[in-house]
Design a protein around this ligand. Structure first.
Ligand code: 3H9
Length: 697
């Protein structure tokens, strides 16, 4: 918040509704007030230009200080404007006016100065920040590069190598680190930002135009190393290679020429498919965390977890990593001991990737206590059962939990497939029950499906969503059905791939084509990684109730019957006898696939890539349309979030539904028809037009 100063007054000449001038003696505070994050929309840019012109001309004003109202400085360009033609004045015009202003102009920063927000600050003569401020140029995470001088002014303060790291990773850093790097001139301690900035600005000797500075000298090796590492982590991404080119040009081109080139690259990338996909993702993520109504989440400080297996231990680790107290319960002492090991391994891994909110893995581990009995959970705020996926076992645990935990505690189940409503009804308090469907490995996977049962209390659901955010997960709300959003779609995707096996394709063809489509790994490679046995057991369990008219592909069963259960047995769809790395194509599997196909008597063909991808996209989009129509998913974009964050689809391509929205409706209809024909009995057609309209809206 900006502090009020008794001597300050509003200047009547400032006309903009989102930028106002507050005069404090001989200083003009230029206040940007454009909630929620002071994005530099066209109104902000016009207001800033007008304010700078005023500061330049007003005789009693010695310097200007740009400051943000509310919780932040400026979070960047208004991303909503990117889909439209740029409207004047553009940000570079405003920045040029700041540099041309005969008086010093400083940026007083709190909250965040990101993207265009940091570029605005870099065009000022000085940057003053509160200690908990974050700064960064996250443009590459939106598929673009900085478009208002970030690639030119930043290296003049930090050197090329550091700028390459910051611009190509989009990493956000704190004010103290930024001060060490020369980005921030003064960190305000022990006083308000207003006072700290005013005091510092009065000491400024005059203008210090960053664009006029000489890039600090560095060794060629340091630059080459930073470049290589940037290109390695951003492999194949145009935004990253363009960012590298732009930053390096700071040392070789006259600044005006380099700024013009940066702007041209920014404008070209802004219209790219990748940028459109990442923007879509950005707004979808923000929507996903919101719930209808105004139910307040209950505060959660202590979480109980029942079951110390892979999932339970993973959940315990992510909760502890976020600083929550955890009680992990398992009646089996050996399982509890093994769980301790799993928690510790996950915490070490989280520490390695910088995802601990507490100082160390040991600190996080100290947040977990272990118990052999559910009776230890009487005081927890929320409990998650993560026991074996079996209706009888889960029902029993939930009943006991309902009788044990506080009357106001939330009871969550981590079931993947069981009927949440049936589980909830088995307890005496179904309104307290929600689903929290984590994905394995829990400490790596960002997705958390928060499942709303028919009787779930809105406050219980809000608590689940809030917990997800606390532990760094992306919550997506789902209704009750078998497989919720993600597994239900994945089942249709996988089935379509198996149909194609029977029609002439091979696992390696399909895997390669699905990776090209956007999945990090094809479905058969994924099966080998996670193990074929669980799905096999499920198929056997369901065999008796399966309608004989349903198309059923038995190839996976044959593979399992050979003892090939995936990587863990050295063979599955592929052969892993050579050791680590990708498995090798195995002629035994090829022959098995061909033999099964012959047995079914299906016509064989050579699939083109487009046909394979079309069949899969048709199957996914159709199931997505059904999920939306049934109210299981709240929006098309949330379905994409599930596939991106839980199933490895590339976020740079938005998601399968986003991909479908880039095609014509007749193309999509043909894909759905093809998927439907291949499925045969039991295929239900969803309202795909409504799904795609949901994205467009
Ligand atoms: C850029 O600057 C390019 C330049 O180089 C070009 C120069 C020419 N625009 O995240 P939250 C909305 S590219 C529009 O939940 P938090 C967001 O949708 C930009 N809207 O809050 C949400 O709206 P709603 C580079 C934006 O406190 C609300 O603000 N900048 C923008 O958890 C609250 O958002 C970035 O990439 C925006 N730029 O986190 C920074 N930013 O309530 C992106 C946010 O209607 N922003 N909104 O759903 C962030 O990282 C976080 O929002 C921030 C606050 C850390 C600032």
């Amino acid at each position: 918040m900006i502090d009020k100063n008794p001597s300050q007054h509003q200047d009547p000449t400032a006309k903009s509704s989102v930028v106002r001038l507050e005069i404090d003696g001989d200083l003009a505070f230029i206040v940007i007030d454009n909630p929620p994050v002071n994005a530099s929309s066209v109104a902000v840019r016009s207001g800033l230009l007008e304010a700078i012109q005023h500061v330049s001309a007003a005789p009693g004003i010695k310097a200007g200080i740009i400051i943000g109202a509310g919780s932040t400085f400026v979070a960047g360009a208004d991303i909503k404007e990117f889909g439209r033609p740029p409207a004047p004045p553009e940000l570079p015009t405003v920045l040029a006016a700041i540099e041309a202003c005969p008086k010093s102009v400083a940026a007083a920063i709190h909250g965040a100065a990101l993207g265009g927000g940091l570029e605005l600050a870099l065009a000022c003569d000085a940057r003053i920040a509160l200690a908990d401020t974050i700064v960064g140029l996250p443009e590459v995470t939106l598929g673009i590069i900085p478009g208002a001088g970030g690639t030119q002014r930043l290296p003049r303060l930090t050197g090329i190598a550091t700028a390459l790291d910051l611009v190509t990773s989009g990493r956000r850093i704190g004010a103290r680190e930024a001060a060490k790097l020369g980005i921030i001139d003064h960190v305000v301690d022990g006083k308000s930002l207003h006072d700290g900035a005013a005091e510092f600005v009065r000491t400024l000797p005059g203008k210090r135009i960053v664009a006029d500075l000489v890039v600090p000298p560095e060794t060629d090796e340091a630059i080459a190393q930073a470049e290589q590492s940037a290109l390695k982590s951003g492999r194949g991404r145009e935004a990253v290679s363009e960012a590298v080119k732009a930053v390096k040009s700071a040392a070789t081109l006259p600044v005006r020429e380099a700024l013009a080139q940066e702007r041209a690259a920014f404008q070209q990338l802004r219209d790219s498919e990748e940028a459109a996909a990442l923007r879509y993702n950005f707004f979808a993520e923000r929507q996903a965390g919101k719930l209808d109504g105004n139910a307040k989440p209950l505060p959660v400080k202590t979480v109980g977890i029942v079951g110390a297996g892979t999932m339970g231990a993973g959940i315990a680790a992510v909760c502890a990593a976020a600083g929550l107290d955890v009680i992990l319960v398992d009646a089996n002492a050996a399982a509890l001991e093994a769980g301790k090991g799993r928690v510790s391994t996950a915490l070490t891994d989280l520490h390695r990737v910088g995802k601990l909110k507490v100082p160390s893995a040991e600190d996080a581990a100290a947040h977990v206590t272990y118990a052999g009995d559910i009776a230890a959970l009487t005081g927890v705020d929320l409990v998650i059962e993560a026991v074996f996926e079996d209706l009888r076992i889960k029902t029993d645990v939930l009943e006991r939990l309902a009788a044990t935990v506080r009357a106001d505690a939330v009871i969550a189940t981590n079931t993947s497939y069981l009927d949440l409503d049936q589980l909830a009804e088995a307890t005496s308090r179904p309104h307290d029950v929600i689903g929290l469907h984590f994905f394995a490995p829990v400490h790596r996977m960002r997705l958390l499906e928060v499942v709303r049962g028919a009787k779930s209390d809105p406050a219980a659901l809000a608590t689940g969503v809030s917990l997800a955010k606390t532990i760094g997960k992306l919550p997506v709300v789902a209704g009750v059905c078998e497989g919720f959003i993600g597994n239900r779609i994945y089942a249709k995707y996988r089935a379509q791939c198996e149909y194609m096996l029977e029609e002439g394709a091979l696992p390696q063809d399909l895997d390669a084509v699905m990776e090209d489509f956007g999945f990090a790994m094809g479905p058969f490679a994924v099966s080998d990684l996670s193990g074929l046995d669980i799905a096999w057991a499920t198929r056997k369990r369901k065999a008796a109730s399966r309608d004989p008219r349903e198309r059923y592909v038995g190839i996976a069963d044959r593979i399992c019957e050979m003892g090939r259960l995936g990587r863990k047995t050295g063979a599955g769809w592929y052969d892993y006898s050579a050791g680590s790395g990708r498995g090798a194509v195995d002629p035994i599997v090829t022959e098995l696939v061909r033999a099964e196909a012959r047995k079914q008597g299906r016509p064989q063909k050579i699939f083109a890539k487009a046909e394979m991808q079309g069949r899969v996209l048709g199957a996914i989009v159709n199931e997505a349309a059904l999920l939306l129509g049934e109210g299981i998913a709240r929006s098309a974009a949330e379905i994409d979030l599930v596939l991106v964050n839980g199933f490895g689809f590339s976020k740079f391509r938005g998601g399968p539904v986003f991909q479908a929205s880039r095609k014509t409706s007749s193309e999509i209809d043909a894909m759905v028809d093809a998927a439907g024909q291949a499925t045969g009995f039991g295929f239900r057609r969803g309202d795909v037009a409504a799904l795609l309209a949901d994205i467009a809206g």
